[in-house]
Design a protein around this ligand. Structure first.
Ligand SMILES: [Zn+2]
Length: 521
């Protein structure tokens, strides 16, 4: 095939003989979507696996860097860690060469059957002049094979009206493919015996480019450079994350801090969508409020659907809310490992009968086999002006069936109401860690300090890549003679730990602040 009308093709390598394996199945997927992306069941890695990848030889520093960069694009949508190790590492799963003909890869875990001194993936045409588009197109495609994805044109649902003689003419050559090779690589399709309803996705990164002259309709396929929407959705169902996703929102991303606005909301799109509406656990991470009125704020999620939800940070009455930030963790509805909920002191007493100590026993919908871990976040509060603002949320008495939540104030604070959200998960769950820390653990409340926080270490060996950390308020103590300004964050996370910050600004007086955090790696 002439180079001027086709990008280079990839040969899908499989071990075994020259016939396609019959075990090809698309994973079944109950629920709504009809995703495509054909994948070979028998070659899947376990979700969460660290796949060790090395370069055998060849490839300039730039070429190697671009291959690593595009390979890791899959990690946003697949719970897989492509760990690039040293060239002389003896235990690499995927071994990349640049010195053989063509670009190809074995499928998924088939690389385990290849002798350790042989390549399992090859890039035949990369050099320092290769374009970003070509690095993207070919690398994401080959690493798709490495995750077990087969060519889209060979998926059971591919209905391509090949002009067979034109295809043979294009691909058969004396020192290249035979007609049998063309049959195997182009015309043969995987069997569909146990395949769920699914669609052929011409935009898949696993779709071969072919020009119009090779099909009777004379309409060719597009050149696909990036993961398609269905590629992302499908690979996420094959390699699911512990929790699907999470995020953060600040009213400052939508408006200036002044003038204050009571009702603030933003629609958040899920990418990719969920098969059914997920649960969304929301915590407050920042507020900036006027000291001259009562402090009233509440962060929450509503209108949760498969593809989107609304996050709100609201105040009411005469409260002046300059800004607010919230973070959230999403949990698939069907994922029973994570139980979540909210607690509102107004279930104990009406707001106009303020009470400093509020606690309740929370029962899990389904009991755990062992005592789980519980993370609690402050999501809202309603406190009188003129008395310092003090609140703490915590969980204790955790057992297999539930825990006791506390939403407390102290000294002369008038606490009308408060809300918290919580997440419980089985102890020892792979890749999940959590904890809580606050300034009371390392400094006295007086004098007030503008910058607060300290380093938290993960348990040694817990992570070999940087996890996602979500932290929200669990405690604060502020002077009510100044505006209430607080922001908690974890700007620098490494595989070993992170530093949480609880900072104030302007003339605010922060006597104390704390966070609860959960990490997913
Ligand atoms: Zn390929």
């Amino acid at each position: 095939m002439a180079d001027n009308d086709a990008p280079h093709l990839c040969i899908e390598k499989t071990t075994g003989n020259k016939t396609l394996p019959l075990s090809n199945l698309r994973p079944s997927r109950s629920g709504s979507g009809p995703p495509s992306l054909a994948v070979l069941h028998s070659t899947f890695w376990n979700p969460g696996t660290s796949i060790r990848v090395k370069f055998m030889s060849g490839g300039t520093p730039r070429v190697r860097q671009r291959v690593q960069y595009y390979a890791q694009q899959w990690e946003q949508y697949a719970n897989i860690d492509f760990r690039f190790v040293a060239d002389d590492d003896p235990d690499a799963d995927i071994r990349i060469s640049f010195e053989k003909d063509g670009s190809w890869s074995y499928l998924g875990t088939e690389c385990w059957t290849i002798p350790k001194d042989e390549a399992t993936m090859n890039y035949g045409w990369f050099d320092d002049n290769t374009s970003e588009q070509e690095f993207s197109r070919t690398t994401i495609h080959e690493f798709g094979h490495a995750l077990g994805c087969v060519h889209e044109h060979q998926s059971p649902k591919a209905l391509i009206d090949w002009d067979r003689e034109a295809v043979y003419a294009a691909f058969v050559s004396p020192d290249g493919w035979s007609r049998e090779d063309v049959d195997r690589n182009i015309f043969n399709r995987y069997t569909a015996a146990e395949v769920e309803e699914s669609l052929f996705d011409i935009n898949s990164i696993m779709m071969y480019f072919f020009p119009g002259r090779l099909v009777k309709s004379r309409v060719g396929s597009p050149v696909n450079y990036v993961l398609s929407v269905t590629d992302k959705a499908m690979i996420t169902t094959i390699y699911p994350f512990q929790t699907h996703n999470s995020g953060a929102w600040s009213t400052l991303s939508d408006r200036l801090w002044y003038p204050p606005v009571a009702l603030n909301a933003r629609q958040i799109d899920f990418d990719p969508p969920y098969p059914s509406p997920p649960r969304v656990v929301v915590g407050l991470t920042s507020v900036d409020m006027y000291y001259g009125t009562n402090l009233r704020v509440k962060a929450y999620a509503d209108n949760i659907a498969e593809s989107k939800f609304r996050v709100h940070i609201d105040s009411w009455a005469n409260t002046e809310l300059y800004s607010g930030d919230a973070t959230w963790v999403e949990a698939e509805d069907a994922d029973a490992d994570y139980q979540t909920g909210t607690f509102d002191t107004q279930g104990l007493h009406p707001w106009n009968q303020p009470q400093q100590k509020n606690s309740a026993r929370i029962k899990f919908k389904n009991g755990y086999q062992d005592t789980p871990n519980v993370v609690v976040w402050l999501s809202g509060f309603d406190m009188a002006k003129g008395h310092n603002w003090r609140i703490a949320v915590s969980a204790d008495g955790i057992d297999k069936d539930g825990f006791t939540i506390h939403l407390d104030s102290w000294a002369d604070t008038v606490l009308y109401a408060a809300q918290a959200s919580w997440i419980a998960y089985a102890k020892g769950k792979d890749g999940v860690a959590s904890g809580a820390d606050d300034t009371r653990n390392y400094r006295p409340w007086y004098p007030a300090q503008e910058k607060n926080g300290r380093k938290v270490d993960f348990k040694a060996g817990m992570y070999n890549r940087v996890p996602k950390v979500f932290a929200a308020l669990n405690y604060f103590d502020f002077d009510s003679a100044r505006n209430m300004r607080i922001k908690v964050s974890t700007p620098q996370v490494t595989a070993d730990g992170f530093t949480w910050h609880g900072d104030t600004w302007g003339d605010s007086l922060c006597y104390g602040v704390g966070v609860s955090w959960i990490a997913f790696g």
